[in-house]
Structure formats: C-alpha cells, structure tokens
Design a protein around this ligand. Sequence first.
Ligand SMILES: NC(=O)c1ccc[n+]([C@@H]2O[C@H](COP(=O)([O-])OP(=O)(O)OC[C@H]3O[C@@H](n4cnc5c(N)ncnc54)[C@H](OP(=O)(O)O)[C@@H]3O)[C@@H](O)[C@H]2O)c1
Length: 295
Amino acid sequence: MTSIVKTVVATGATSGLGFEAIKQLLGQQQPYKFILGARDVATTQAAYSKVEFDKNQHSVAVLPLELSDLKGVKSFAAQVLGRLGQAEKIDYLMLNAATAYGAEQPGVGSKWCQSYVINHLSQHYLTHLLRAKLVASSSRIVFVSSGAIRMVKDPSTLDTDLKPGSSVTPHTIYADTKLTALLGTHWWRRELADSGCTVVAVSPGLIPGTGLSRGMNVTMPPEMLKDAKSVAEGASSILAAFTRTDFPDDPDRIFLTSWGEWWGREEIAVSLDRALQDKWSPSKEEIEREAGIGA
Ligand SMILES: NC(=O)c1ccc[n+]([C@@H]2O[C@H](COP(=O)([O-])OP(=O)(O)OC[C@H]3O[C@@H](n4cnc5c(N)ncnc54)[C@H](OP(=O)(O)O)[C@@H]3O)[C@@H](O)[C@H]2O)c1
C-alpha cells in the first residue's frame, strides 16, 4: 500500500477544473499535502471546508497568490518553501491558473498585458523560484495547456498582441498566452532534461461553464459544443498528466490531449521553434529586473 505523503503545489485550484482536480485527489487512498495559491484565501478555504475528505490523511494549505503581480509570486514561492522541511519534496507542481480576458490591463510593473503575466510569465517565474526544490524532488511539473495554441498561425504577432491596450480579441489573447506558456513548457523540458524532473503539458478538453468561458463572454456554436466534456472529465484529463509514464521517444512530444494521446509534432509545430521557446522564457534575473524586484 502506498502511504508516503505526496506534496502538490498548485495554482488555479480555487475554482473550475483545478478545484475539481484537487477534489478528485482528496478522494484517493494516497495521502496528499496540498499547498495552493489563491487570490481569495478565505473563499478558497471555505470551498475546501465543504469538501468531504479524510483530514488524517490529507492536508490543504491555502496561501495568497495574485498572479498579475510578480512581486506577490516571489512571496508565495518563499512561503511554499518555508512550509516544506529540508527533506520534504514537491512531488507535483500543477500550473493551472489562467484567465481569458483581453489585453486591456497591464500586469503590475510589467510592459506586458495582465493576461500574459497571469497565464504565462508569473507561472514561469514561479517555476524559476522553486527550481532548486523541484530538482531536489525530481518533481513532475504539469502545465495545463489548451488546444487553442493551434489558433496562433503567425507567432511574430505575439510581440504586439501581448502589449497592454492592443486591440486584438480576448480569444486571440487567450490563444497567444497559452502558446507562450507552451513555449515555456518546452523550454523547461529542455532546461530540466537531465535533472530527474518530468515536464508535461496537458489539455483538459473543451469544458464549458468554468470561470474561463464566463470570462470570454462568447456563445459557442453547437458544432463546437458536441466535443464538450464535464468539469469532472476535464479534471481527470489533467490528472492523467500526473501519472502517465508512456512518453513518446521524441522528447518534444510533451503535449497530452484530453483523449489521452500524445500530440504529434505537426499539431504542436508552432511551439517547437527553439529560438521562440528561448525568447518567451526569460531568466529569473530578467524577470526581476523588469519588474523591479530586489533580491
Ligand atoms: N475550460 C476549458 O474549456 C479549457 C480548455 C482548455 C484549457 N483550459 C485550461 O484549464 C485551466 C483551468 O481553466 P478553467 O476552465 O478551470 O478556468 P477557471 O474556472 O476560470 O479557473 C481558473 C483558475 O485560475 C485562477 N486565476 C485566474 N486569475 C488568477 C490570478 N490573477 N491570480 C491567481 N489565480 C488566478 C482562478 O482563480 P479564482 O478562483 O480566483 O477565479 C481559478 O482557480 C486553464 O489553464 C485553462 O487555460 C480550459
């Protein structure tokens, strides 16, 4: 019987698919210690207090995290590390938070729009900040991605699209930011290749009715909705990325679909350009310099 507690650090587990994924793990025999980032700690604690689970087996800690503010990401990372003993691992880092708003607002202290900072830059920065612990833990890092990345046909538009005040639609901004996050996922896969960490991108499928689709404020055509899945199914698809070990021989094929296949190179072609991966994966120092974050 497996009884060693596994630690999961997660973003975006306060509502929608992330909340459901943690709920499903709370129903398992495997004991878990969850450390979750939330912009509304009290509401998240109240939501988890309504979930029935064995408190002797699992623990849930909720820490403040506002992903539009890179300084806050630094203090979240410090609090996460402070909660873990020297020998304690992070078994899983689940980067699931996202928003589907347009480019109207700037990120706090950033030249980029808020959606980019939330959906990619902050979670990329968090991975930098936790890097030593992730490596010491041989962690599995699960980036929740989206089939929307295929909407981006010409990544040279990212530079202008993602600036605050650009006039492209929220749909485009969402696809752009999920693509930059996937570029970052490839970058981390290469960066951590010999570290013992496993890096996976996963799509939950099309799940209407989460906070994300409410943010997009669009009515989906019936032909799209025929592929829609429930929140429980979407969360299970995300959790498949925690356990799958049948990785393709091609190390670039890191994208697990909601129907359980590893996408081929042609489906993720736009994300395979290594120069583009490098461009959208700034170093910790670059991020801190731009955001005015001191040591
Ligand atoms: N739903 C779909 O059809 C679909 C399809 C493909 C991929 N995905 C991906 O699945 C993931 C989960 O999406 P979802 O559909 O479950 O959306 P959701 O219900 O809107 O959940 C998004 C999560 O991100 C958090 N979040 C948003 N902005 C934040 C911020 N500024 N700071 C901290 N946390 C923030 C939300 O926190 P609050 O609770 O505070 O709002 C929530 O926990 C996303 O990565 C999304 O791109 C979804």
